[in-house]
Ligand binder design. Structure first.
Ligand SMILES: [Zn+2]
Length: 89
């Protein structure tokens, strides 16, 4: 039914200072009204905290999870090479 808040909002993080841009909050001081998707922010917008360009923000979603899980040591498969006996003369 009515379920506000289920909008998938992507948060963007300032590369320089770590400020998080939340589309739900926008950046009123920077002229960005709440509900503005990061993509809709004008390119001349800069981080309100440190002045970093919009291009230097990165999104927190994606497969960029901690490498702890992916760092699994794979066991080596046994070598299937047949044992050859060197022919003795
Ligand atoms: Zn910043």
């Amino acid at each position: 039914m009515m379920s506000p808040g289920t909008i998938t909002t992507q948060r963007w993080i300032c590369e320089s200072c770590g400020m998080i841009y939340d589309p739900a909050e926008g950046d009123p001081d920077g002229g960005i009204v709440p509900g503005t998707a990061f993509e809709d922010i004008p390119d001349h917008w800069v981080c309100p905290a440190c002045g970093t360009r919009k291009a230097d923000f990165y999104t927190s979603t994606g497969p960029a999870e901690p490498a702890a899980l992916a760092k699994e040591s794979e066991p080596r498969p046994p070598e299937p090479g047949p044992r050859r006996r060197a022919p003795r003369a």
